[in-house]
Write a protein that binds this ligand. Structure first.
Ligand SMILES: [Zn+2]
Length: 207
């Protein structure tokens, strides 16, 4: 995938996620691997309005997060987490959203360091999952502005749980990824659906 191809697709996805309420304002960021060796990522620039994205705001960065190409802006501090997930999981795309439901659940289940989702048919939309009986653990990390520290926590977590499809950062949002851009984008839709279903179902329980 070339930078212009990745840029067009990331703008299309980001605009769609914005319209669904998963990347409001300048929140969230999306990336796709455009070269594996040497590692190069196409990634949304920092602080861009996700409702008004254009391909000039997609930057090409190297494995240290340094900008190689791109017309507008600088990389987000969260770029470090994208690079970590690409390295740890061999992912080809990483999606970071800030939806209401992922934010709420990341706070609600924080004391347990995560929560599991099981029994839902939509789980079969996750790569490698064949049955609704699958039990998906959603890990939660404490939020931090120290991205290097958060990236090392992500590395340790994914080494311990290599079958993870997505993780939450407390009161912040979700990271998910995939073996290609289409899979990563599908994981956003599937996990956002599941989190909303879990959250709404939880609200029906007596307090
Ligand atoms: Zn964020």
């Amino acid at each position: 995938m070339t930078l212009p191809e990745a840029a067009e697709e990331l703008v299309r996805l980001g605009t769609g996620f914005h319209n669904r309420g998963w990347m409001l304002g300048t929140s969230g960021n999306l990336s796709a691997v455009v070269s594996r060796d040497p590692l190069r990522l196409a990634i949304t620039a920092s602080s861009i309005d996700k409702g008004r994205m254009n391909p000039r705001q997609i930057l090409e960065i190297d494995n240290n997060g340094k900008v190689l190409q791109g017309a507008e802006g600088r990389p987000s501090a969260e770029t470090l987490l994208h690079l970590e997930v690409v390295r740890s999981m061999g992912a080809s795309a990483v999606m970071h959203t800030h939806s209401v439901w992922t934010t709420v659940l990341s706070d609600y289940y924080h004391a347990d360091s995560g929560f599991s989702i099981e029994g839902y048919e939509m789980l079969k939309g996750l790569d490698g999952v064949q049955t609704h009986e699958h039990r998906e653990w959603i890990p939660i990390l404490e939020n931090s502005q120290d991205m290097a520290a958060l990236a090392s926590q992500v590395r340790a977590l994914l080494a311990e749980r290599p079958k993870t499809h997505g993780l939450l950062v407390r009161r912040h949002g979700m990271y998910t990824w995939g073996k290609d851009l289409a899979t990563a984008a599908r994981h956003v839709e599937i996990l956002e659906f599941l989190m909303e279903a879990v959250g709404r179902r939880r609200m029906m329980e007596p307090t």
